[in-house]
Write a protein that binds this ligand. Structure first.
Ligand SMILES: C[S@@+](CC[C@H](N)C(=O)[O-])C[C@H]1O[C@@H](n2cnc3c(N)ncnc32)[C@H](O)[C@@H]1O
Length: 381
């Protein structure tokens, strides 16, 4: 049994804690920007493979109080690094420093690397080399004030990089955040899902993976733990084939997206193909005001991430009327459908013009955002 820390966007902690509980983690403690938990090696691999809302999963090795780079160096020297690395292997250190006497994250990372390499050099006359892209031991250094946590990073490349979106679009939604929004809204595929401002299609693709029980890590080629000395290849292969077995062949309910910007829609189509769900999803070039639900479908969830204003170059008056148009369109033409909107701040909430059922405060990178769920539009409107 080991202690781990899974990181996530601030505001997704309850969702991540619920995901960990489902995977069988114990001692689950949500904190800010992540969740602490305990489990065995199988659980660590499963967390990387299955967590939809997490960014990375860390295994703390060292916790110390330091007030200088030299104290950091000395603390790191106390660890016996033969337990984690051999001299033929590669390493890298990723450091994040805040409100600390250690002001430079790159220099802090270098002192950690020096401490490890000096320990090897003194014992063996040789040292491991550095590979920042795909290190066999990737370390995460977290410094807040004097408190230092040095962890093995079992993911290394952020888990939101599922592998289906190689091209960045205008203001795309991070994959882990899109999945987290659906989980906050308790949508798991049991109703239709539509995104009327789908951009590159992230909400629809993450929704499809959720509804298909598709492990979000299944397409990824590599996770940090695969370079570790104690990597258990057989357990990992077993977990992956179990994940393939659980995959549903088709969606229980339709999922589709539309957007007025045709290059974004083309990208959504391409991303859906890359994600292996191209034949299951539908995307249309359409202004949201012209979107209507197919008559034969039961009502479902509309989840939209409209332009923020901060990120896309749009005038605030236009943004307000866009939110108002969204509220009016849903009110008039989508009876019984549940509308949820994710956007920066919360001043736009009143422009939608529908009663708010619930809101969640979340961060999209440094931007404080709100996810709001509105009362379903009346059936007789
Ligand atoms: C913040 S982006 C959505 C990003 C998307 N969630 C993704 O993952 O790529 C907002 C989107 O709203 C679309 N949009 C703006 N006004 C629209 C309208 N009147 N009708 C439909 N789409 C609109 C934009 O083209 C843009 O793609």
């Amino acid at each position: 049994m080991r202690r781990y820390f899974a990181t996530c966007a601030a505001g997704l902690e309850p969702v991540l804690a619920a995901e960990l509980q489902q995977l069988g983690a114990t001692h689950i403690q949500p904190g800010r920007g992540g969740v602490q938990f305990c489990g065995d090696r199988l659980l660590l691999y499963a967390a990387n493979l299955w967590l939809r809302s997490a960014i990375r999963v860390l295994e703390p090795i060292l916790e110390a109080e330091v007030d200088s780079y030299e104290a950091l160096y000395a603390a790191v020297r106390q660890v016996d690094w033969r337990d984690y690395l051999n001299v033929e292997q590669t390493l890298a250190v990723d450091a994040h420093v805040r409100d600390s006497p250690l002001t430079h994250s790159q220099y802090a990372a270098r002192r950690v690397k020096d401490a490890i390499c000096d320990q090897f050099r003194e014992r063996l006359g040789r040292r491991p080399s550095v590979d920042p892209d795909r290190p066999m031991l990737g370390l995460n250094l977290h410094v807040r004030g004097r408190q230092v946590i040095l962890s093995r990073d079992s993911s290394w490349v952020s888990l939101h990089k599922r592998g289906y979106r190689p091209i960045q679009t205008r203001a795309p939604l991070n994959e882990a955040l899109a999945a987290g929004l659906l989980l906050h809204l308790r949508w798991q595929g049991e109703t239709p899902l539509v995104d009327l401002m789908c951009g590159s299609g992230t909400v629809c693709i993450e929704g499809a993976w959720l509804a298909l029980h598709r492990a979000p890590g299944l397409t990824r080629k590599w996770f940090g733990f695969q370079g570790w000395l104690d990597f258990d290849k057989a357990t990992w292969a077993m977990l992956r084939s179990e994940a393939r077995r659980r995959l549903r062949p088709r969606l229980p309910f339709p999922i589709w997206g539309s957007d007025c910007h045709s290059p974004s829609v083309a990208l959504a189509v391409r991303n859906a193909h890359m994600a292996g769900v191209g034949s299951l999803l539908h995307f249309y070039v359409r202004d949201l005001r012209a979107s209507r639900p197919p008559a034969h479908l039961p009502p479902g969830l509309i989840l939209c991430n409209p332009p923020y204003g901060e990120r896309l170059d749009v005038d605030p008056g236009q943004i307000r009327s866009l939110y108002a148009a969204l509220g009016q369109t849903v009110q008039r033409h989508w009876p019984g459908w549940r509308l949820a909107v994710f956007a920066a701040g919360n001043t736009w909430l009143s422009s939608i013009g529908l009663p708010v059922v619930r809101t969640w405060s979340l961060y999209n990178g440094p931007i404080r955002c709100t996810l709001a769920e509105f009362a379903p539009a009346g059936k007789n409107n």
